[in-house]
Design a binder for this molecule. Structure first.
Ligand SMILES: Nc1ncnc2c1ncn2[C@@H]1O[C@H](COP(=O)(O)OP(=O)(O)OP(=O)(O)O)[C@@H](O)[C@H]1O
Ligand SMILES: [Mg+2]
Length: 259
């Protein structure tokens, strides 16, 4: 396995009396998909917000390419190549796919007072990036609002990769999707990983994580019990760790079946 791009060591995050993270260690190497699993309230969002510069850790250290790192803002993390695709995606439905792809970072032509958007180049880059992710747009002018949820998720991923993400964090990218769209997004994760990007895939769906994951870390009440590699852990074990073991077993008992 390669050297980690980012390494989070013993991260704690307290909000007043609430301990959201109680010492979490996690790293990402180039070209892997590292899944972060956990039930509601486990601390997943808090953890990735710490990783992407939204929160400062109360304790613990962040190392980027082997150097100690202090993110003062999400912009710092982005400039360091940590891109986060949040669930609400921050897109403007009535604007074209291309405009959403660039969001003010469009290529320009000419200079000084003659500088203007190079919309043809922008369209070409956008259509090509989407095609590389397996999506053939009807046209770059198509409004983002007319795309499916999975396609929109792909625009956000393609955008992050185009702007040089080294680590791509996806917060529950499949939770609102149907079967076919989910498999499209999982295929996109696979493509991105093969380009050498390290993917952090947050989910509470064990099956989705097993479909693409190389490593698995389970968060439970702000703590982890370590990280397992593909083949070292079964779906049942992951599910049990997420639920904290006990609860699911007793639920199964009372329902007389498998949950
Ligand atoms: N800004 C905050 N102030 C106080 N408590 C917070 C804050 N953010 C998160 N918490 C608490 O930290 C804990 C972990 O929350 P977090 O949102 O990280 O969980 P999660 O794993 O993302 O859950 P979900 O699957 O529901 O999104 C929760 O108990 C939550 O109430
Ligand atoms: Mg969350």
């Amino acid at each position: 396995m390669g050297k980690p791009i980012i390494h989070m060591e013993n991260i704690e995050k307290h909000f007043g009396n609430i301990i959201a993270l109680a010492g979490v260690s996690f790293d990402v190497v180039p070209g892997e998909c590292h899944c972060l699993l956990g039930d509601n309230g486990a601390g997943k969002s808090t953890f990735i917000k710490t990783m992407s510069g939204v929160h400062k850790p109360t304790k613990g250290s962040i190392t980027l390419d082997g150097k100690p790192m202090n993110f003062d803002s999400p912009r710092d993390a982005m400039e360091a190549g940590i891109a986060t695709v949040f669930q609400d995606l921050a897109m403007i439905p009535l604007m074209s796919v291309t405009r959403n792809f660039f969001m003010g970072r469009e290529p320009t032509k000419g200079s000084g007072p003659f500088k203007r958007l190079d919309i043809n180049t922008a369209n070409e880059i956008c259509v090509n990036s989407m095609r590389e992710m397996g999506i053939n747009l009807r046209g770059p002018d198509q409004a983002v609002g007319t795309l499916s949820g999975g396609e929109r998720q792909t625009v956000a991923i393609a955008r992050a990769v185009h702007f040089g993400a080294k680590v791509l964090i996806l917060d529950e990218p499949t939770s609102a999707l149907g079967v076919r769209q989910t498999s499209n997004v999982l295929a996109t994760i696979d493509r991105v990983r093969k380009q050498g990007v390290g993917v952090v895939f947050i989910t509470h769906n064990v099956r989705h994580s097993l479909a693409v994951g190389d490593r698995f870390t389970v968060l439970n009440r702000g703590k982890t019990l370590g990280t397992a590699a593909r083949g070292e852990i079964t779906a049942e074990e992951l599910q049990d760790l997420m639920a904290g073991g006990q609860e699911l077993a007793s639920l199964e008992g009372s329902l007389g079946g498998t949950v």
